[in-house]
Design a protein around this ligand. Structure first.
Ligand code: GLU
Length: 450
């Protein structure tokens, strides 16, 4: 192994031993850019790798809010401005019980390279809170969002840092966050957040963008293999916004999602989760209770398997983990390897543990695509939302969709090119890491030391 990479990995293990997700993301990344680092001795002189894996800054603040009974609660809030070399920091906010510094940092790190891959001028950031939205009333959510923004507003702005949604933060929360930002600033700066409602500067196709983009990317992979989407059966973990977008676009392109899962177990619907009625039902089910997907099986009379994941089934052609980080561990990866399924397309951020990912990449019959490329369409369309806001106009759904489609094709093609340049063959994981890294590294080197 390259000595400089080895030393850097050792440093992060020592320095961040209490941040396992962050260390995991950095290690996987550094190992796959090795051929580039080998070619550039000047990186070491510039301390480029340590600078690259050290966030520019990280804000931590308390967020106090009152519940409907008038009791006060205190949560932690975070915003990590990881790397601003190519544009204002950009990335979502996650509201979930398990959110901590390590998770926010791994997400912000991944975001930096994902955003670079989109070709848009956006740096990497991420934020959130350990607030648990489950079971909260509408007014509790509003009060929490207002309090969160009261702490955050001084650090963000349309040219500084532009948050958006992630798990637990959708258009509703973005609305409350934006309202509070506007109230505090006394300015209509709608470019400060993306994922907004259409009536105040949101972009058409943004809610669908991550899922649609994932299917467009998948389509490029299939084309590369002289294959098509027609008739393909897909297993998607999760049933959130991203999974929903995949189901919708897959149905449109004559493929079908036949598995989905939630924290309570998984659903198998061999007819495909494809009709408008089913897709609308998923939205409704999630709004009422984001922890259980079982009601779908009751409503549409199909199989529900409690407390299990479907990794290892062989009646699909494509696996798309689209739920949470580390959803697929080593044992699951072995089952996936044995299933004979050819395509493993990551969608959620870091859905695969490092040992599982190495195993899957070593399976000759499997093509692995990395999340930071596959899910980049979401933030890509957020960047299009920023463009529309700064020009004070809005594009049609067709215009946005066409740009999204083009963006996903470019991400795939640039990853392929980057991997080929270093003699790695059709290696989408290394290709994405290298292409994202090269862009950020070039900008950092040209801007001098800091
Ligand atoms: N949270 C999403 C992501 O992981 C979207 C970020 C954004 O639109 O800024 O990329």
């Amino acid at each position: 192994m390259n000595q400089y990479i080895k030393d850097t990995i050792e440093t992060i293990y020592n320095r961040y031993d209490s941040q396992p997700e962050f260390v995991q993301a950095v290690e996987e990344f550094l190992l796959s850019i090795e051929p580039v680092v080998d070619k550039h001795p000047e990186y070491k002189k510039n301390d480029l790798l340590m600078r690259l894996i050290s966030p520019e800054r990280l804000f931590k603040f308390r967020v106090v809010w009152t519940d409907d009974e008038g009791n006060a609660h205190t949560n932690m809030g975070y915003r990590c401005q990881f790397n601003g070399a190519i544009g204002p920091y950009k990335g979502g906010l996650r509201f979930q019980k398990n959110v901590n510094e390590s998770i926010i940092k791994f997400l912000a790190f991944e975001q930096t390279f994902k955003n670079a891959l989109t070709g848009m001028p956006i740096g990497g950031g991420k934020g959130g809170s350990d607030f648990d939205p489950a079971g909260k009333s509408e007014s509790e959510i509003m009060r929490f969002c207002q309090s969160f923004m009261t702490a955050l507003y001084r650090y963000i702005g349309p040219d500084i840092d532009v948050p958006a949604g992630d798990m637990g933060v959708s258009q509703r929360e973005i609305g409350y966050l934006f309202g509070q930002y506007r109230r505090l600033k006394g300015n209509f700066e709608n470019g400060v957040l993306t994922g907004k409602g259409l009536s105040y500067g949101g972009s058409l196709i943004r809610p669908e963008a991550t899922g649609y983009g994932a299917v467009y990317y998948l389509n490029e992979v299939l084309k590369h293999e002289n294959d098509t989407l027609e008739g393909k059966r897909i297993g998607v973990s999760g049933y959130g916004n991203v999974a929903w977008g995949i189901m919708k676009k897959a149905a449109e392109l004559n493929a079908k999602v036949i598995y989905m899962s939630g924290p309570d177990g998984y659903i198998r619907d061999p007819d495909g989760i494809s009709t408008e009625e089913k897709l609308n039902y998923i939205l409704e089910m999630r709004r009422i209770d984001p922890m259980h997907c079982k009601p779908y099986a009751e409503k549409f009379n199909c199989e529900f398997v409690p407390n299990k994941k479907f990794w290892g089934v062989s009646d699909v052609d494509i696996y798309m983990p689209a739920a949470v980080q580390n959803d697929v561990g080593f044992e699951a990866a072995k089952l996936i390897g044995d299933s004979g399924v050819k395509y493993y397309i990551e969608v959620a951020n870091m859905p695969t543990t490092n040992d599982a990912l190495s195993y899957l990449r070593s399976c000759e019959h499997i093509i692995v695509a990395p999340s930071k490329a596959v899910n980049a369409g979401g933030v890509g369309v957020s960047a299009l939302e920023m463009s529309q806001n700064s020009e004070r106009l809005s594009w049609t759904a067709e215009e946005v969709d066409e740009q999204l489609h083009r963006m996903m094709k470019t991400i795939h093609d640039n990853s392929v090119k980057a991997a080929e340049e270093f003699g790695l063959g059709y290696d989408l994981v290394s290709g994405a890491n290298i292409a994202g890294f090269e862009k950020v590294a070039e900008a950092m080197l040209e801007q001098g030391l800091f």
